[in-house]
Ligand binder design. Sequence first.
Ligand code: GTP
Ligand code: MG
Length: 411
Amino acid sequence: TDSRGIRTGPDNSPLQIFVKAKKKINDIFVEIEDYVKDTVEYMHEIEKEQKIVNDEKVKQTEEFINKVHGIRDVLCRDHMKVAFFGRTSNGKSSVINAMLRDKILPSGIGHTTNCFLQVEGTTTDEPYLVQEGSTEHCAVESVGQLAHALCKEKLSESTLVKVYWPKNRCLLLRDDVVFVDSPGVDVTPNLDEWIDKHCLDADVFVLVANAESTLMVTEKNFFHKVSMRLSKPNIFILNNRWDASATEPEFLDEVRRQHQERAIDFLVKELKKPRKESFFISAKEVLQARLAEQDQKVSTPLTDGFQTRYFEFQDFERKFEECISKSAVKTKFEQHSQRGKFIASELRNILDGIYNDALKLKEEKLKQRKELNDKINYTEQQLLIITQEMKKKIHTMVEDVEQRVSKALNE
Ligand code: GTP
Ligand code: MG
């Protein structure tokens, strides 16, 4: 890793499962595209000489070129998406910043995030914002400026603003992970609209709960709604602000057990999901520590139990990376590979059809030639017979004439 904690050595991140699968499936589609193009070229060639391919088949094959192009376009844009939810001020934006190792999203006390914010990687050197329905790139240099840009206009809470952050500043973004931050689930009556607009294609959901209180009805309610729309959502529960427990160490274990039980109860009994752990973390501490590490400074005085919470955060990150890449490969690439298979088998059918038609044509020509030969033989024989008869007739005629002539002379 370099001084910013970014991996530079051999890449063993579970995210590589997705990155490598994406490369592989893209290579396969490059091959399919070549195969389709070759077929079309071949069809045009034989179409000129023989009438065994009809226009409809040629058109059908030409359309496959567009289809493969379409799939490759979508494939390029395919990414892993994680959406963060929870009540206001639980630390959703702080968790994202901690994972991205930078203060990218505005965070603070009170109701801070007031619309959906999507952070994704860009190959440009500078970050920029794009608002929903616009293509204009607005430059952002600091979090303060980003917050200001977001406040300038009164955005509806379900609006999506995209934040493009340079990939070379963050490994997760380089590996195609897209983060979606949301306003608190308790400040909106439009949960259904949120889910339809922003959640249906999420691979993983992270519920950021407040370890100082407990899972709230509004939070549970939100995930019940998600579960109704998606058959098997992947949900991680983060009990954030666990640093608060340091001030009450005598209750630490008991509170932890209580949260853990409630989280598991919620996932297993209420949402009927397989058992997933919930994590006890402090996003604020992780971010502080990581920022200090990057500047090679010693972090601010650490609260008791920091190391354990930090390890638990890393444990979450590892499990999260594994879960999101496997889930995204399945949901995103399964469809593409089905379509690829379909195109390949359709092409095969078309080519098989051409081959069979060509065979039939060959047989027909052979048959025609045989018939023609038979006709020629017959005519030759007829001619022979006719000429022989003619010869005879002429012969007798000549004899007859000769006889008559000599008779006449004698007389
Ligand atoms: P909204 O955008 O308003 O919905 O809030 P949010 O969930 O995004 O919370 P945000 O990340 O803005 O954090 C709210 C406040 O809590 C900020 O002042 C953070 O610094 C603080 N905070 C976040 N995580 C922790 C934590 O683990 N421990 C402590 N002590 N404070 C935290
Ligand atoms: Mg926020």
